[in-house]
Design a protein around this ligand. Structure first.
Ligand SMILES: [Zn+2]
Length: 80
């Protein structure tokens, strides 16, 4: 659970929600790109149980999420 908010310009009306009874989508609900099998798509559900998923491109573009594969630089903190 998180309080993720999409970046300015995101249009919820373009999201193709999947019905609660439908199979889990394998394409991005926003741009229609096929979701990477290796990646971890961002999945959301609304209060009615409808689901949507976002590909890595949309995750970065609209949610400001960096690819999980990015190496974490500056992980070392400075000595106090
Ligand atoms: Zn997409």
């Amino acid at each position: 659970m998180s309080d993720l908010q999409p970046l300015p310009g995101f249009d919820w009306t373009k999201v193709k929600w999947g019905a609660p009874t439908a199979a889990v989508t394998e394409v991005c609900s926003y741009c229609g790109e096929r979701l990477s099998e290796e990646g971890v798509p961002l999945r959301c559900w609304n209060q009615a149980g409808w689901a949507c998923a976002f590909c890595e491109t949309c995750m970065q573009k609209w949610w400001g999420l960096e690819s999980y594969a990015e190496p974490d630089e500056d992980a070392e903190g400075r000595e106090p």
